[in-house]
Design a protein around this ligand. Structure first.
Ligand code: GLP
Length: 255
C-alpha cells in the first residue's frame, strides 16, 4: 500500500485524477470503478476539466458504481445513479455514456437478485481496472459496514446508524429520509479490482485511516482488507493523515 499525503484535498484529488487520465489514455475502453460521497468530488472536477481540455475521454469506458440505496425513487437526486450522472455522464462532463454507467438496481422487485446480477455484470465486463474508493468514518468501504465478510460478494446490506447520520446531510439533515438499506459490492468484489485509489480527507477520517494504514486486519475496520491487495494507493490530506504516527511509511507530496 502506497500512502501519499498532500497539503489539501484538491491537490490529492488532482494527483488521483492524473492516474486515471493516464490509465484511460492507454486503455480508453477500460473499466472504472466509481464511488459516491463528498470525497471524490475534487477528483471528478479534475476529470471534467481534463475532458474539457482534451486530455481525457471516458466515451468508450465502462463505469461501475460501488453501491446504491435501496428504494429511492428513480428521479431522486441522491440516488447514486443520478449523483454519478451529474458528476460524470455526457459530453459536457467526462464523455462517459449513460449506457456505460452501471449501478446496482435499487428499485428491483428482488434486490438480492439484483445484487447477484450486478456482481455477474462486473465479471462479464472483465472486472474493474481502476477503482476509486472513499472510506467511512467507521472504516466502511462501499457500504460494507463493520463486521462485513472479507470475501463478500455484491449483496443487500443494512446501513449503520452512524453511516445514516453521516449521510443525512445529503437528505436535508433529516435522518428518517436516509434509506436504511443498500446494494453494495462486497469486500471480495471490491478487492478484485486490479488497481485501487482510495481517497480520504478531513480529521473525521483520521481514525479509519490509521486502521487502514497501520492497524491489524480486522472485520471491525472493513477497509483493512485492502492491506492484502497488491495495488492500492491512498491519497490523504494532512488532516486525514493526522493520526498516523511519526514512523508511518507515508510520502509527503510537496506543492
Ligand atoms: C458513503 C459511501 C461510500 C463513501 C463513504 C464516505 O456512505 N457509500 O462509498 O466512501 O460513505 O463518504 P464521504 O466521502 O461523503 O465522507
Amino acid at each position: 500500500m502506497r500512502v501519499l499525503v498532500f497539503s489539501d484535498a484538491d491537490r490529492a484529488g488532482a494527483a488521483a485524477a492524473a492516474e486515471i487520465i493516464a490509465a484511460f489514455r492507454d486503455t480508453p475502453d477500460g473499466v472504472l470503478g466509481v464511488a459516491t460521497g463528498s470525497t471524490p468530488e475534487p477528483l471528478y472536477a479534475r476529470l471534467r476539466y481534463a475532458h474539457a481540455t482534451g486530455a481525457l475521454s471516458l466515451a468508450a469506458a465502462r463505469a461501475f458504481a460501488l453501491d446504491e440505496y435501496v428504494g429511492l425513487p428513480a428521479e431522486h437526486p441522491q440516488r447514486y445513479r443520478n449523483v454519478l450522472r451529474a458528476e460524470l455522464v455526457g459530453d459536457h462532463r467526462t464523455g462517459l455514456r449513460d449506457t456505460g454507467l452501471h449501478t446496482p438496481d435499487g428499485l428491483a422487485a428482488d434486490p438480492h437478485r439484483a445484487a447477484a446480477d450486478y456482481d455477474r455484470d462486473i465479471r462479464a465486463a472483465g472486472g474493474v481496472d481502476l477503482q476509486i474508493l472513499g472510506i467511512g468514518a467507521n472504516g466502511h468501504i462501499g457500504f460494507n459496514e463493520p463486521g462485513a465478510a472479507t470475501a463478500g460478494r455484491t449483496h443487500v446490506g443494512a446501513l449503520t446508524e452512524q453511516t445514516r447520520r453521516d449521510n443525512a446531510r445529503f437528505f436535508g439533515g433529516e435522518l428518517p429520509r436516509v434509506p436504511t438499506h443498500c446494494i453494495t459490492q462486497g469486500l471480495g468484489t471490491i478487492c478484485e479490482a486490479r488497481r485501487i485509489l482510495l481517497l480520504a480527507f478531513g480529521a473525521r477520517k483520521a481514525e479509519a485511516v490509521r486502521h487502514l494504514v497501520a492497524g491489524e486486519p480486522t472485520p471491525a475496520w472493513p477497509a483493512t482488507v485492502l492491506q492484502a491487495h497488491p495495488s492500492v494507493t491512498v491519497f490523504l490530506d494532512a488532516a486525514a493523515a493526522h493520526s498516523l504516527g511519526p514512523d508511518a511509511a507515508v510520502e509527503f507530496v510537496e506543492d
